[in-house]
Design a protein around this ligand. Structure first.
Ligand code: DCM
Ligand code: DCM
Ligand code: DCM
Ligand code: ZN
Ligand code: ZN
Length: 238
């Protein structure tokens, strides 16, 4: 998701968590306001682009090698190599048992962020970081194109959106949600490049009307599930 999606999911989660869970995460994230989850929801996207955080770039998705639209499912054995989105949140770190190469310990410590949070020996800044990854990845795991291999999650599918050429991935990450919430206004695409649009698939006229409810449902699920997940983490360690 784009920022709007992640922030919305985090606000939803803060509506649903228990009081004690909220107090715990406000303390951990050093933020006593209503924005304590929303304020860190996009942090994982900001560190993808800086040197030390580059290893987390591929953590935001899992490439399910299924066959949509006839057969849609994630197969953990098939789709998750040494690290993937699902493994980051899952409690049992099955998927990284094959990652016994160099740097295994470091990868292990950074990969399964839920396991990290449940451990008692985690230094405070790492616990803080693990929480921020969980808040973000619980969102991404609900973006359908973040769990699909075809055209790298739709990044290679070019479509027309409000006379602009965008990837289908971007439309699902950002454009539909922004339109739904009356978001930003886009400049018309430069006329000189207009001819290039015939490379693009024309989205069905009612694509927005059909996709928007799916996105709303996924955002709602992500927010509610994130809240329950944080509650369970808090209950386990308290
Ligand atoms: N690293 C990290 N989080 C940071 C800073 C760095 O995960 N905030 C990465 C880069 C380090 C590696 O983790 O080389 C190991 O860090 P450490 O030696 O602090 O465990
Ligand atoms: N962090 C770190 N080492 C750095 C930079 C950041 O360990 N050189 C960690 C600490 C926090 C997170 O990254 O978990 C960012 O923290 P903050 O937003 O409070 O700066
Ligand atoms: N992405 C994805 N599946 C892939 C590759 C990328 O879901 N196989 C996501 C990650 C980012 C967006 O697509 O949200 C753009 O990725 P990148 O910046 O790596 O091109
Ligand atoms: Zn995305
Ligand atoms: Zn992400």
């Amino acid at each position: 998701w784009g920022s709007l999606g992640h922030i919305t999911i985090a606000y939803l989660a803060s509506e649903f968590v228990g009081e004690d869970t909220a107090a715990y995460f406000k303390d951990l994230l050093r933020n006593d306001t209503a924005h304590y989850l929303a304020g860190v929801a996009t942090w994982a996207d900001t560190i993808r682009y800086i040197k030390w955080g580059r290893f987390t770039k591929n953590y935001h998705f899992i490439d399910a090698k299924d066959a949509p639209p006839t057969n849609c499912h994630v197969d953990f054995e098939r789709d998750c190599k040494e690290s993937c989105l699902v493994a980051l949140i899952r409690h049992t770190p099955e998927c990284i048992t094959d990652a016994l190469g160099e740097g295994w310990l470091r990868r292990f410590r950074l990969e399964n962020y839920t396991s990290q949070m449940l451990g008692s020996d985690l230094v405070a800044w790492r616990r803080n970081q693990a929480a921020k990854f969980i808040i973000h990845f619980m969102g991404d795991i609900h973006q359908p194109l973040h769990a699909e291999n075809v055209a790298q999650g739709g990044n290679g599918i070019h479509v027309k959106w409000a006379s602009t050429e965008l990837s289908l991935h971007h439309v699902w990450d950002t454009s539909i949600a922004e339109k739904l919430l009356g978001g930003i206004h886009r400049q018309p695409y430069p006329a000189a490049l207009a001819w290039a649009r015939n490379l693009s698939a024309e989205l069905a006229f009612n694509y927005f009307e059909r996709a928007a409810p799916v996105i709303e449902l996924q955002i709602a699920r992500a927010g509610y599930r994130l809240a329950r997940w944080l509650d369970l983490i808090f209950e386990s360690i308290s």
